[in-house]
Write a protein that binds this ligand. Structure first.
Ligand code: NAD
Length: 435
């Protein structure tokens, strides 16, 4: 027997009424990924419908006074996809294109990611539909505080723990922590992670996602017999994840041959020093124009001769239009959902190995977990302790998931989904349905 929302429906997926069936958005990618893993779930497939719909969605209006005295309203979301294995955990994104479908997909990927590296969390995600570049620091603070108050109904150190994502960072988390603490009448550092170190943040958190991208990428290179020294790396996205990943690969002898961000694309045959590129970006406001590099057209990024490609910007970047052109043998997904499923198939046919987002970028949430544990015990670890624990968790997860991939003859992404969905649904089955 199976469980469905509507036993009389003939659709492959039940599309909730709050999504547009003709334009489902990023959540469709997740639904397809669940479909692919279902044959491997055995008896637990009975519970698979649980994964296809988020447990809880909160849509909020975020009204704030702007500096000019007017009032602006922004759409805000917090989605808790699954809490079978523990409290929801996942970032908050500020972007003008945020949609409910996107936040649903991102929250679902957090469920899979947390289970893949065996953290005691479910999956959550939040977002505000805002272009933060257009607002002052004071306006962004007011947006953050009002949003935090609105979602304060469902977040909390034991319920749902937000963290940074695109266009949010330690300062955003400091405001969120302060707002939540004011509302509950005590300092609750454990309500968010990715905080500044002076406010209960963890050493090592800033680089953690990029470090995890490096660790899993290096493990994959070992498996594929690719030397690190001189390996040609192309990075899309030069923010928290992309910059740290590029820097750590560079420190280990790899060569960064191309970088693309929202401001443009640069390439250099002899390699780009990420520290110099970052200084140039900070000083000039653009990645282009860096001495010794060529500026490429945006689309030419995908043709760059490289061994490893790291998408670390936004979702749906690797599509059927560019997947056939990518020259890398290895793709390490720093971003969430950068590859659409059809492009994934094409890459697999072409023999390109993909370390999927739900494994490759799990370093951030792993150190967030360390931060949360440290906040609860008010006992803080050294950066070496954190990095060593992070490396071990990422290496162990990579190696055991690679074994599953070999055993089933599937892609690494499917292997991660098999292990993660099995863990989530096992918890579901053991807990049973309430009432
Ligand atoms: N920050 C984390 O700890 C973390 C953890 C896991 C996953 N991720 C994922 O990694 C990705 C990047 O997150 P981040 O925290 O580094 O964000 P960020 O805001 O620090 O950086 C985003 C980068 O992407 C670039 N970018 C934006 N639009 C682009 C476009 N159209 N083309 C090329 N580049 C573009 C920006 O210029 C910037 O360099 C997101 O998918 C996020 O969900 C982040």
């Amino acid at each position: 027997m199976t469980t469905t929302q509507d036993p009389k429906s003939t659709r492959q997926h039940e599309i909730p009424s709050y999504l547009d069936p003709n334009n489902i958005g990023p959540y469709e990618i997740f639904l397809e990924q669940v479909e692919r893993v279902t044959p491997y779930l055995g008896k637990l497939a009975y519970w698979v419908e649980t994964l296809k719909r988020p447990k809880r969605i909160l849509v909020v209006d975020v009204p704030v006074h702007l500096d000019d005295g007017s009032v602006a309203h922004f759409e805000g979301y917090r989605v808790q996809h699954n809490t079978s294995r523990g409290p929801a955990k996942g970032g908050v994104r500020y972007h003008q294109d945020v949609t409910l479908s996107e936040v649903m997909a991102l929250s679902a990927w957090m469920t899979v990611k947390n289970a893949a590296v065996n953290l005691p969390y479910g999956g959550g995600k939040g977002g505000i539909r805002i272009d933060p570049r257009k607002y002052s620091t004071g306006e962004l603070e007011r947006v953050t505080r009002r949003y935090t108050t609105e979602i304060g109904l469902i977040i909390g150190p034991e319920k749902d723990i937000p963290a940074p994502d695109v266009n949010t960072g330690p300062q955003t988390m400091a405001w969120m922590m302060d707002t939540y603490s004011m509302n509950v009448g005590r300092t609750a550092t454990g309500v968010v992670t990715g905080k500044p170190v002076s406010l209960g943040g963890s050493l090592g958190r800033a680089d953690a996602t990029g470090r995890g991208v490096f660790v899993t990428g290096a493990e994959a290179m070992l498996k594929l017999g690719m030397p690190m020294q001189g390996a040609r790396i192309a990075v899309q996205g030069f923010g928290n994840v992309g910059e740290a990943a590029a820097r750590i690969f560079h420190e280990h002898g790899a060569k960064i041959v191309a970088i693309q961000d929202v401001t443009g694309t640069i390439a250099c045959e002899t390699g780009i020093d990420p520290a110099v590129a970052l200084a140039h970006l900070r000083q000039s406001g653009s990645i282009t124009g860096l001495e010794g590099t060529d500026t490429l057209q945006r689309d030419e990024f995908w043709d760059v001769a490289c061994d490893v490609l790291i998408p670390a910007a936004l979702e749906k970047q690797i599509t059927l239009e560019n997947a056939g052109r990518i020259q890398a043998r290895l793709i390490v997904e720093g971003a969430n959902g950068p590859t659409i499923p059809a492009a994934d198939d094409l890459l697999a046919e072409r023999g390109v190995t993909v370390v999927p987002d739900v494994l490759a970028n799990a370093g951030g949430v792993t150190v967030s977990y360390f931060e949360w544990v440290q906040d609860f015990s008010s006992f803080f670890w050294t950066e070496d302790e954190i990095n060593n624990r992070l490396d071990r968790i990422m290496q162990d997860a990579f190696r055991s998931l690679w074994d599953v991939k070999e055993r089933h003859g599937v892609t690494l992404r499917t292997a991660v989904y098999i292990v993660a969905c099995t863990r989530v649904l096992e918890a579901r089955a053991l807990r049973g349905l309430y009432p």
